[in-house]
Design a protein around this ligand. Structure first.
Ligand SMILES: [Zn+2]
Ligand SMILES: [Zn+2]
Length: 671
């Protein structure tokens, strides 16, 4: 109605972003006095939707322009945060509507009255005296915070060197001066120690955002944070979106951890990188902490983009564990070598504790017919199905596809030839558990305690039951069990002082993935697991079982030498032109119709071929080619660092035959 609008006084055009839409913004007309960051109601396709004003006084001629319905709340989010959201949309080649969907908890835009709950004050604990290296790091970080400038620190400290104490001191000082702190952690349930120490030190100043919160609790937390009720916000990757006023420092603990990367939703951001950009926009300090920094972070430190702070020693000068290797090629027993068996026995004799690590769930990774060679595979993904014992409550076993989660009842006889009993190949963590129990029974004999009391298993299957993971960790901490057998879940920041031995049952599980990061991932996981040993007063030992003892990432994790690993890894990255020497963008296409997925992929490739200066690889079958009947194909773009990958946004507008197209900038997995 352009004729009517011209008669209204002071009318202006505004751009409004609307959560959960596939566009950046729509332009509306209004005679309200609006500003960027305001929450408004606007009409969209016969409905009224919440939206955020992103710019005002727009001069653009738009036919049939609609009017802003209502101003809900002025200054709903600060302009800096809005700029961050816009940066994310740009950088990750996505739409602002998609970013807003991921940035706000569900229904947070509905009207909400915040009422402060009362919390009990906890008894605060005494602070330990920092070591020389800790004190240096604390001083450097605080100096930067005081100057109110943008700065990134990489806090590189060996496992057990006391990074958390540095965080605590820095945060304490920030609070003293009226500031707020954001602490990002990889997975809340897996970082009980860090949470405990923050809660002990700061009591009810801390709020923890985690997946166990209800929708209502989440909204309560969001508004509480916005109002400045909480001073320390601890949360997983999505906490980087929170509206925190007077934010002075962002800490990213275990910055190398892959759970900082969003894999599922449309905007595939990395919270560590977003934290750095947020700090830049708000002119504040970031601390990235790790014992095994991501290659790119250590490179940035080397280039002077980040300041490197090193914690060389474990606290109280405790030695790093001594690491030994077992070459499985030379062993008769392929799953638990005699050396590993002996080490476990010795731990029990000394009445100490051990952690055993195997990154493979279930009892056996596949079932094979000895008669016809048939392997039971998932009908949707064509990958071997994993045998899980005693899966259901009634104790029955199943076969499960670890890619799409498809499950069937356990089958004993080969369904192909019907003439033989299926055999299991390889060992998952359940099978290792059974073997350990058997060994213990032999060693301890019938007179001893039941081996069941000695061994605990922690993996995603056990952790399915809510609160079970915490229960297991507590039992182990109270030394009610001697051996903790776990998958990747046990690599995170735990601290069990009585653990003197760590056994890595098979170091090769990650190494075999077809990915340029597999060496880095292997080094990180091995070093992190090994770092669980000898954190108390007793020294620790580590045993790594592998078929590839000469492989550099395994070798340098044995030596616990990150700089040497880094040097070797960088040679490879340079030779193959992988990050940090180039930028990667992965385009994934998937759909139910195999032929049209490939046709679409080829079309996309053709369009990409016209862009000068970049290298295109593919289309290729993804490592997991068929998941849930979806065929998956990828195209890898390798571009020089100066290439502006935001140009690729046109890909999102191509009309495809029911094929889903996703863009992953700086991907973690390339397969
Ligand atoms: Zn499957
Ligand atoms: Zn058969």
């Amino acid at each position: 109605m352009p004729g009517i609008s011209s008669t209204k006084p002071m009318s202006m055009l505004v751009d409004v972003a609307i959560p959960n839409t596939k566009f950046d913004y729509l332009t509306y007309q209004t005679d309200l006095e609006l500003h960027p960051g305001d929450l408004v109601l606007v009409p969209l396709k016969k409905k009224i939707k919440y939206g955020i004003v992103i710019s005002t006084n727009v001069s653009r001629s738009i036919p049939n322009i609609k009017e802003v319905h209502k101003l809900v709340e002025a200054n709903f989010i600060p302009i800096e945060l809005l700029n961050l959201y816009r940066w994310i949309a740009d950088y990750y080649v996505s739409y602002l509507g998609e970013v807003l969907k991921q940035a706000f908890p569900p229904r947070v835009l509905k009207k909400f009255e915040y009422v402060r709950k009362d919390y009990e004050k906890s008894a605060l604990v005494k602070e330990p005296t920092p070591t020389y290296h800790q004190a240096h790091a604390i001083n450097r970080i605080l100096y930067s915070i005081k100057r109110n400038i943008f700065k990134v620190f990489l806090l590189f400290g060996v496992t057990g060197s006391g990074k958390t104490e540095v965080y605590l001191r820095v945060v304490a000082e920030v609070l003293k001066n009226g500031g707020r702190a954001l602490v990002l952690v990889p997975e809340i349930s897996m970082t009980p120690l860090l949470l405990k120490r923050f809660n002990e030190r700061f009591g009810n100043e801390v709020i923890t955002i985690h997946s166990g919160l209800t929708e209502k609790e989440r909204r309560h937390a969001w508004y509480g944070i916005k109002k400045g009720v909480y001073k320390i916000i601890i949360g997983p990757r999505s906490a980087v979106f929170l509206p925190i006023s007077n934010l002075k420092v962002i800490i990213v603990d275990e910055e190398h951890d892959h759970s900082y990367k969003e894999h599922q939703q449309a905007v595939k951001y990395n919270a560590r990188d977003v934290a750095v950009v947020r700090a830049k926009i708000e002119n504040i300090t970031v601390v990235l902490g790790s014992a095994t920094p991501q290659i790119e972070s250590y490179y940035n430190a080397g280039m002077g983009k980040y300041e490197l702070l090193v914690l060389k020693e474990r606290i109280d000068s405790r030695p790093l564990p001594c690491v030994e290797m077992v070459d499985l090629k030379k062993e008769r027993k392929k799953f638990i070598s005699s050396k590993l068996e002996k080490a476990i026995e010795e731990v029990l004799q000394r009445d100490e504790q051990a952690i055993l690590f195997l990154n493979r769930r279930g009892f056996a990774p596949s079932l094979l017919c000895p008669n016809c060679g048939y392997v039971v595979k998932c009908p949707y993904c064509r990958l071997p199905m994993v045998y899980h014992r005693a899966w259901s409550k009634d104790g029955s076993s199943i076969l499960s596809c670890h890619t799409c989660d498809y499950k069937i009842d356990f089958i004993k006889i080969c369904p192909n030839c019907g003439r033989a009993t299926l055999l299991y190949r390889g060992a998952g963590i359940q099978r290792i558990e059974e073997m350990i129990r058997k060994i213990l029974k032999e060693k301890i004999g019938p007179a001893g305690k039941e081996p069941a009391d000695y061994v605990l298993r922690l993996d995603r299957d056990v952790a399915r039951k809510r609160g079970e993971a915490e229960k297991i960790l507590q039992r182990f901490e109270e030394q009610k069990a001697k051996i903790l057998l776990g998958t990747q879940l046990v690599t995170k920041g735990f601290d069990f002082p009585n653990v003197t031995f760590v056994g890595i049952v098979n170091a090769d599980t990650i190494l075999n993935l077809p990915d340029f990061r597999s060496g880095e991932k292997t080094f990180q996981i091995l070093t992190q697991v090994a770092g669980r040993a000898g954190r108390g007063e007793k020294p620790g030992t580590v045993l790594i079982q592998t078929y590839h003892p000469e492989q550099y990432s395994i070798l340098f994790s044995q030596l616990q030498n990150y700089p040497k690993f880094y040097a070797e890894e960088m040679k490879l990255r340079k030779e193959l032109n992988f990050p940090p020497f180039s930028r990667l963008v992965l385009v994934r296409l998937s759909g139910k119709n195999e032929q049209s997925v490939w046709e679409d992929a080829k079309r996309v490739c053709k369009l990409l071929d016209e862009i000068k200066g970049i290298n295109i690889f593919g289309p290729n079958q993804s490592f997991y080619y068929k998941i849930r009947n979806n065929y998956r194909v990828y195209i890898l773009i390798k571009a020089p660092l100066k290439f502006d990958h935001r140009r690729l946004k046109f890909l999102r507008q191509i009309k495809l035959n029911r094929t889903k197209l996703e863009i992953d900038v700086d991907p973690i997995d390339v397969f």
